[in-house]
Design a protein around this ligand. Structure first.
Ligand code: GDP
Length: 522
């Protein structure tokens, strides 16, 4: 069915031309990823040109000082980068690692390094906020050594640039560096063939219908082409570039908004041009079917038999699930969130994604959440008024986020709360029974001597006879002579009675211990 859809036939050497590098900016939160993307973009807009309209389409191109183009992907964070990669989409050629000079290497800096390494993508360092009085770029360089990043000025291979997104200092050098790195990588593509690319972002636009930002990676995409992306297809009605201009075609490394899809494809979907509508239908119908089947397998489907459910319950005995619904503003974030949530569980607890989709939170989302005792996550979207009211009536919780990491941390904390605590035993002491008394109203009492440590009232005890544990429980009473005692120490005699147990004998050993509950986290 999919055969011959993408041509894996390599391009001829003479057909290959240099193409712009595709760059993703990664780094710790607040280190200036967004500011840097904005600054680079602003720097490039010729003043007065088109009123400086900057349109967010998920990616844009700028010219480096030498005039060659560079494409920047403008997606929300590492999770998006990784979820695209998890789907087999490789779009990034170079990662710019942003580290704030006044803050140094932080957890997400390390995470970014790991992501880039895992993807085999070279990294360029941008030490940002160099304008700040407490900026310490040298510290950044040294700290990075621990993470296997050796910058040029320290004898390594990683290009490094001191920049300020605020003042614009160093930005031209950074762009030049990217250009240099691209030349080293000898990035080339054949533009004289049918267009192929990857969906970076997709959304349902009120006025324009499904809108997908596509990064063209090979060939040239033209208006009028019939394209397939994942389970969706369409005839390209319009191509709109990052300046908001209509264009007729887009070549390698060019990001464009594609209008004309019949449905909203997913971020990471491969886009290919097909020869006819019939072929497009055939491919997408097949894919839609397999996608549905996959989803049913994951969510359990609506029409599973009782037997299936019973079996799942049995197999999943002990495994607790946190059902969630995810609604987000763009497909990229929704994918990223789903991917991240699917990863944070373990054998005992996990998040179960009932639905993940693009758009505001609707009444039907709330109904589904209510039925499954789930809560709803709104990422950069809000609930419609009716949905809000329905949620209040039904007691369905809606949590809003605008930062993926906050969301993931929060769910992690919730899941951690569902983990049963670890019990740790702390040995207190030991006593042995000398004789057994019968006390009216109390029942049997063991006359003991503490041989080691202490014995405490209310503590846990274990009764050991001939090296075999014959009872485990709690101490009901602890007496020293006639009086209640809180604790009795080594060498002293005492009387003990147990909760729900009377079958003790002279010669038994009593082990006394405390149990501490330790909360676990994921
Ligand atoms: P992100 O979370 O990595 O996208 O970081 P942002 O771009 O949102 O920046 C976080 C904060 O740092 C914002 O308040 C920015 O104004 C500030 N910031 C970013 N770059 C610079 C810089 O070069 N110099 C100074 N002084 N502040 C900056």
């Amino acid at each position: 069915m999919e055969e011959g859809l993408t041509s894996d036939e390599p391009d001829l050497e003479e057909d290959l031309d240099p193409r712009p590098p595709v760059v993703t900016i990664m780094g710790h939160v607040d280190h200036g990823k967004t500011s840097l993307l904005d600054a680079i973009r602003k720097e490039n807009v010729v003043e007065g040109e088109a009123g400086g309209i900057t349109q967010h389409i998920g990616a844009y191109q700028v010219a480096s000082p030498s005039g060659d183009m560079i494409t920047f992907i403008d997606t929300p964070g590492h999770a998006a980068f990784t979820s695209m990669r998890a789907r087999g989409a490789k779009v990034t050629d170079i990662v710019v690692l942003v580290v704030a000079a006044d803050d140094g290497v932080m957890p997400q800096t390390i995470e970014a390094i790991q992501h880039a390494k895992a993807a085999g993508v070279p990294l360029i360092l941008a030490i940002n906020k160099i304008d700040k009085p407490d900026a310490n770029p040298q510290r950044v360089r040294t700290e990075l050594l621990q993470h296997d990043i050796q910058v040029e000025s320290m004898g390594g291979e990683t290009l490094e640039f001191e920049v300020s997104a605020k003042t614009g200092d160093g930005l031209p050098d950074l762009l030049e560096g990217l250009q240099l790195q691209a030349e080293i990588m000898n990035l080339r593509a054949n533009e004289k063939r049918d267009g192929e690319g990857t969906v970076i972002e997709a959304k349902l636009d009120r006025g324009r219908g499904p809108v997908a930002t596509v990064l063209v990676q090979r060939g040239t995409l033209f208006t009028g082409d019939i394209v397939v992306a994942g389970a969706e297809w369409g005839r390209v009605r319009a191509l709109i570039d990052d300046q908001g201009e209509n264009i007729q075609y887009a070549g390698p490394s060019v990001p464009v908004e594609v209008l004309g899809f019949n449905g909203t494809p997913d971020a990471g979907d491969r886009v290919v041009v097909v020869p006819s509508e019939a072929r497009a239908r055939e491919v997408t119908e097949y894919r839609a079917r397999t996608k549905r089947e996959r989803q049913n397998a994951r969510t359990g489907g609506a029409n599973r038999s009782l037997v299936d459910m019973m079996r799942d319950l049995k197999e999943g005995a002990g495994r607790k699930e946190l059902p969630v619904l995810i609604k987000g503003d763009v497909q990229g974030s929704v994918e990223a969130i789903s991917g991240a949530l699917e990863k944070i569980g373990n054998d005992e607890v996990s998040a179960r994604i009932l639905l993940a989709g693009v758009g505001g939170i609707t009444e039907s989302d709330v109904t589904l959440a209510q039925a499954s005792k789930a809560f709803v996550i709104g990422f950069n979207v809000r609930a419609h008024k009716e949905a809000r009211e329905a949620a209040e009536r039904a007691g369905v919780e809606i949590r809003y986020y605008n930062i993926i990491y906050d969301l993931v941390d929060d769910i992690k904390a919730t899941l951690s709360g569902m983990l049963s605590p670890t019990l740790r035993e702390e040995r207190l002491g030991e006593a042995f029974i000398q004789e057994i008394f019968e006390v009216s109203k109390v029942g049997k009492v063991a006359g003991c001597r503490v041989s080691d440590g202490v014995v405490e009232r209310g503590a846990h005890v274990r009764l050991i006879r001939d090296s075999v544990v014959i009872h485990e429980g709690k101490l009901k009473t602890l007496k020293r002579f006639k009086d209640d005692a809180k604790e009795v120490t080594s060498g002293q005699d005492c009387g003990m009675a147990f909760e729900n147990f009377e079958n003790m004998r002279a010669g038994d050993i009593i082990e006394c211990y405390r149990v501490e509950e330790i909360r676990r986290t994921l």
